[in-house]
Write a protein that binds this ligand. Structure first.
Ligand SMILES: NC(=O)c1ccc[n+]([C@@H]2O[C@H](COP(=O)([O-])OP(=O)(O)OC[C@H]3O[C@@H](n4cnc5c(N)ncnc54)[C@H](O)[C@@H]3O)[C@@H](O)[C@H]2O)c1
Length: 352
């Protein structure tokens, strides 16, 4: 779309999607044209707030796509609908930004990626934890060689209690594809893989548990058919290994614990949240002239784009977005291999 002034966008799903709709409405390079949600109250509330023409407030994502008049859509529905809506939009010639996780299965993720290639349209996955000034500053350090080649890491998101919308779609395997691994672990894995330069995963060994979720579901008579904790080790073709841990409910100190630690040949890095909050700190550990140094990031001076702004920029600049469908497929391969490993008790190979 080089030369075009503004990208006409529709947003499907107004949970987290309402934030994306707001961002498009604020972006001078985008025009928020249409909204869709199955819930009419949400549609009216956000249609009115964001001044969307009532004729462009649609009762489903399928209807929004069929109505035309758009260049791009944002898919922010429960996970089960990511693949069908993304493919329908790509087939209609639209660029797509799809929420994480990309899909529920590797077959779906590959099919979405291939549909984008065939359509010649951008497919971005909203791995939003990359899009912070701090994450960009760390990536800059890694790319500059400060910590050298990375051979080991640990990437974690634990919640003491925080099963999203307990009893709803997040805890229903048919609609979500899994629990905290596919919901939270996906973010921390993407961040680690991005910093590591996207090595090719070759095998995964993992375990999952549902001890607390199952008990709470039984006490409160709610549906819960996914794990409440997942852990595993991923090995890569370049010899590196990454530990992943994710939970929605675990007996831990803080309400939220997020940490990504990477160890390289010349140094290490950590990005962690502070005291259970969504505020983060970052440090680098190096050895220079026979001495150990700790470097704390005081302030990242280069602003990172918001992920939805990056999506719009990638379309107008005719270039791939920063978080691609290939990145989504790779994370999906790891997630599904870890689930398979947990179910079978065996290491699972990942084919490139
Ligand atoms: N990147 C992030 O940090 C982040 C944060 C939150 C959620 N998410 C992801 O966003 C997605 C949505 O999560 P949520 O928390 O907003 O869920 P939600 O349940 O709050 O909202 C989903 C909305 O989609 C609507 N919907 C369902 N099917 C639809 C269809 N066919 N057409 C139109 N609307 C439809 C529902 O009515 C609902 O309002 C999930 O994939 C989740 O993993 C990502």
């Amino acid at each position: 779309m080089a030369g075009a002034e503004r990208v006409r966008v529709g947003v499907i799903g107004l949970g987290i999607g309402k934030n994306h709709a707001k961002r498009f409405a604020e972006n001078p390079r985008a025009e928020l044209v249409a909204l869709a949600d199955l819930n009419p109250a949400l549609l009216t509330e956000w249609g009115d707030t964001l001044k969307v023409d009532p004729a462009r407030r649609h009762a489903s994502g399928e209807e929004l796509i069929a109505a035309g008049g758009l260049d791009a859509v944002c898919v922010a529905t429960p996970n089960k609908f990511h693949a069908p809506l993304t493919e329908a939009a790509l087939e209609a010639g639209l660029h797509v930004v799809c929420e994480k996780p990309m899909a529920m299965t590797v077959a779906e993720a590959r099919s979405m990626r291939d549909a984008a290639r065939t359509a010649g349209r951008n497919l971005m996955i909203n791995f939003s934890f990359r899009f912070s000034d701090m994450s960009f500053a760390l990536k800059q350090q890694v790319d500059a060689g400060t910590i050298g080649p990375i051979y080991f890491g640990r990437t974690v998101w634990h919640r003491r209690r925080g099963i999203p919308k307990f009893g709803g779609w997040f805890g229903n395997r048919e609609l979500s594809g899994g629990g905290p691994l596919i919901d939270l672990g996906v973010h921390r894995m993407d961040l680690a893989l991005w910093l590591m330069g996207h090595p090719q995963p070759v095998n995964v060994c993992g375990a999952t548990y549902d001890v607390i979720g199952r008990r709470l579901a039984s006490e409160q008579d709610k549906h819960f058919s996914v794990e409440d904790l997942a852990c595993g080790i991923i090995r890569f073709a370049n010899g590196a290994a990454l530990l992943v841990e994710a939970s929605w409910a675990v007996h831990n100190q803080h309400p939220e614990e997020m940490i990504t630690q990477l160890y390289g040949e010349r140094g290490g890095l950590v990005q962690r949240n502070l005291e259970g909050t969504y505020k983060f700190e970052a440090e680098l550990y190096t050895e220079e002239g026979g001495n150990f140094f700790t470097k704390r990031l005081d302030k990242a001076l280069k602003p990172a784009p918001a992920s939805m702004d990056e999506f719009i920029a990638s379309i107008l600049e005719d270039r791939p977005p920063l978080a691609t469908a290939d990145d989504g497929v790779r994370v999906q391969q790891i997630i599904n291999a870890l689930y398979e490993s947990a179910a079978t008790g065996r290491e699972v190979r990942i084919e490139p």
